[in-house]
Design a protein around this ligand. Structure first.
Ligand code: 5GP
Ligand code: ZN
Length: 115
């Protein structure tokens, strides 16, 4: 199911252009329009799921695919020295787009704790 008003559903449908890095029948990965690191890629399910808090047991495989896709892209992007994966979930975490997306960030050092 898709939400016609959702930005990332529009990217999945090609109504909004994106710089695609990977695609299969369930998953799409594309460059973030406002990169926070030299490599900043968003990995999303094609299905509209608003937040990580909405992921069901039945979608465990899909959640795993997001992580495995991130790992694969990190290797392709040459991020051998490390990378960061982030799911911002709901408003206190700063989630702005309510369609699940995994941030893959790399190409620089990251501090901890995050802001
Ligand atoms: P959030 O804060 O929800 O975790 O992250 C949303 C991300 O989507 C942000 O990093 C933002 O730069 C990115 N973003 C917002 N609109 C667009 C867009 O139209 N295209 C792309 N490629 N990225 C977007
Ligand atoms: Zn959506």
């Amino acid at each position: 199911m898709q939400d016609p008003n959702c930005l990332f559903c529009k990217i999945v449908k090609g109504e909004i252009p994106s710089n695609k890095v990977f695609e299969n029948k369930d998953i799409l990965a594309f460059s973030d329009v406002n990169p926070q690191a030299p490599v900043h890629i968003l990995i999303i399910p094609k299905e509209h799921i608003p937040t990580i808090a909405d992921i069901s047991e039945a979608q465990a495989g899909l959640a795993g695919q997001l992580v495995l896709t991130a790992k694969q892209i990190a290797a392709e992007q040459g991020l051998e020295s490390g990378f960061r994966l982030v799911f911002n979930c709901q408003k206190d975490a700063g989630q702005e787009v309510f369609h699940v997306h995994l941030h893959l960030l790399g190409g620089r050092k990251f501090s901890w704790p995050p802001g």
